[in-house]
Design a protein around this ligand. Sequence first.
Ligand SMILES: [Fe+2]
Length: 543
Amino acid sequence: MSLDQLRVNRRRFLAGASATLGVLALRGYPVLAAAAAHFTHGVASGDPLADRVILWTRVLPGSGSAERLDVAWEIAMDEAFQQIISSGSTTTDSSRDYTVKVDAAGLAPANQYFYRFSTQGVFSVTGRTRTLPEAGVESIRLAVLSCSNYPQGYFNVYKEVANRPCDAVLHLGDYIYEYAQGGYANPMMLELGRNVQPENEIVSIEDYRMRYGLYRTDVDLQAAHQNHPFICVWDDHEITNNTWQTGAENHNEGEGAFDARRRAAIQAYHEWLPIRGQATIEEGIIYRSFEFGDLATLIMLDTRLVGRDQQLSHDMNIDTLRSRLADEQRSIMGATQESWLVSELQRSAQAGKPWQIVGQQLLMGKLFPPQVSDEELDPLERDAILAGRYGMLRTRGRQGLPLNLDAWDGYPENRSRTLRAFREHANNVVVLAGDTHSSWAFDLHADDNQIVAVEFGTPSVTSPGFENFLVLPEGRLEEATMQASPELKYMKANGRGWVELEVQREKVRATWHFVSTITDRRYELVSGATLETLAGKPAIHIV
Ligand SMILES: [Fe+2]
């Protein structure tokens, strides 16, 4: 194990060194060293099925000119490539930013495989991946991640995930952030040189490509991709903040047509992430499902882009807001995806699978603003706090309005229908959410107040969490938020980390892990809560 790790680290160092050269060469700078070709960003795999998996890499011509490259790939049972199971070749060029993606088929279920690419006698690093089980599976383990903002800190969470066993890594979105240099960044990290490229807010296809290219120079992110298959969905920041189907909060004057930006973002996403193409780029459909044998169906949703109506605002007249929230037509996912979800739940339940795991972006549980007394607020800032956003949200919370209208709370009729579908068509549903940067667990209640499912919300890899919403003594924010939100059963505002999800026939268990810091590469792993829900009795239990 340790020797293998040393080899991987050395290869990773070499891959990182050539990344700089490759990126410079592509963008018109002089080539700094002679080589036939450069694998610039390691390897990745994703969207595993029982018999196939997507393999990914990126390779640049050694000359720095825009020539087409033929790239060979092979996948084997062993790291020495003595038992090759499948191989082939493909091409890449500047039209796809020199990324390479193949769907390697003919594999056996529940197997570990090794894969690599080569061109002109130059080899990529070797990646490790895994196919999904087909039958007789007793347990699966998933690492659930979201919100990895490069200039907020080091990707220590990715480093941990890279070195722990799991069947797949689920990334629930905000894999990149769109902001310009200094926007939504930790000043300490900027001092340490964790700056973004390009320096501007990303808008064009070349901008999005360069931003993915920057993130993927990170050795810890490369290691996570190299060691595990990823299953990814986008949230808003892969496009721009608070996106909906036809616009976004952070799409402004001078940034061109939103549709052009949306297409650029979707194209770069498909180029850079190991996701299986299943529809035209124009349609932008990424919702899809995965079968873990007879144990579980994983249903990945797009609640962000494909069919979402524009968010409502707390700034609206309260009667108008109430009537808009009650509008049955308003959707977070679009009618086509909603009927697809129902058919996926039915199909999985009728096949006798005990668990339907729904991986998606936004909190589905009902979350209300914490009601903190005036005396608890910082006396020096009390007046400003009460006159500002918290004061307004606190008042609206007392009037029964939820905290975050960008989440499912802003689309309550769509949520009611979804919860009814869970009860009527599924066996046992566990919802997974990202987006918030903090840790949560909810009992999900239908309109008649019965619990029909549970939800686990994963914290961020680096992005700042709910502890910044209101600065209070340790534990008080959690207490006040849980008092205001009866369906919320667990919350931890601070702590960057991830959720390890273990699915077994009779229960699903979620274990939180945190890193002690993201502003230093030296950190410690900190254990968090372990919660579970039982088949046939949906409810959060603390273990
Ligand atoms: Fe985020």
